[in-house]
Design a protein around this ligand. Sequence first.
Ligand code: GDP
Length: 433
Amino acid sequence: KPVLAIVGRPNVGKSTIFNRIVGERVSIVEDIPGVTRDRIYSSAEWLNHDFNIIDTGGIDIGDEPFLEQIRQQAEIAIQEADVIVFLTNGREGVTAADEEVAKILYRAKKPVVLAVNKIDNPDMKDYIYDFYALGFGDPFPISGAHGLGLGDLLDEAAKHFPKDEKKDYEDDTIKFSLIGRPNVGKSSLVNAMIGAERVIVSNIAGTTRDAIDSVITVDGQKYVIIDTAGMRKRGKVYETTEKYSVLRALKAIERSDVVLIVLDGEEGIIEQDKHIAGYAHDAGRAVVIVVNKWDAVEKDEKTMKAFEENIRGHFQFLDYAPIVFLSAKTKKRIHTLIPMINLASENHSMRVETSVLNDVIMDAVAMNPTPTDNGKRLKIYYTTQVAVKPPTFVVFVNDPELLHFSYQRFLENRIRDAFGFEGTPIKIFARER
Ligand code: GDP
């Protein structure tokens, strides 16, 4: 997907514009407590364009001086984006900080669309003329507060989206990424996998824009390890900004079929571990939980069970994800990873037979009658699988409002009991018939 980044000095309204473009995206299954969402990166749609958007203003650069922060945010946008929206504030005119941003963007060989925010009514259009001085052509007047002018701005931005986006890899290639906070051992795991017997490494320098993926073949099946280089140290900007590594992780998740959430067995689970895991779930990717450094844990026969319960407690929304305990260092159980990835990937794209599915749902309803609301009972007419990656089901009912979260959860569990689906989220939507 094309990536659009919003850049500009503080207080020009970047987050407001970001939220306007992203819009309210409602989904029943994503309505799960404890799943925090990152608001600096999101997918968005405009007409027939599907793209990702970054609010660089949300990237925390630490306590660097003001101009240095703006500079680093702009650098990140240049690195990551296909198109940059340079946002300014029409009520304040061109400031020194705007000129600073402009200087950095001149050097970028990326298309820049200049937007002048806070033009809340047509009388204020004259405010935009100052901004020609920045040298990015016609400024687009917009109002984040009132949602004005965004259509024209996005039309212009979309002109610069890369044409016919080639598919990264063939369809039967399994793409996976290793996600986790620094030092849990992601790079060590990649090295251990790449170095294992029967693993053929065909290229490390990948074929995508960023040239950061690793392609391997195991037993005739091709895999791509997404963003391998992103795990290596990459210079100052990359090291100093925690939020930036989150951004990289979110991008890697977008491109993956299967996400390996890597935890540190020695240190245990901390809040930071949950954040990105929630995103992988929301994005509908298959998930395997990997507990690394198991060699360094002092254990008896109860330790693994206790750790597993701890994981289940912290990651309730990932109850479908298998857990692997291993060590990148001693290579113990490293060989179990590929079969786990295969399992999760197969289930992620599994299709079930409609007649069997409807039998399962009918049995479920017989076992646990549908809920009522104000005397009105939910009626389920028919259920069908409409998509894979992740498996997505539509239940045709008399009134979608009546399919409450708890009953939906019950149906999900019945579907899982019947078909498996280990390692993948499944989505269920109700539609009126
Ligand atoms: P990353 O930041 O997640 O990529 O983590 P690294 O792969 O750089 O590993 C961080 C540190 O943990 C390094 O010092 C590794 O040697 C160490 N480490 C990685 N895997 C293991 C493991 O399985 N056992 C132990 N004891 N140490 C490990």
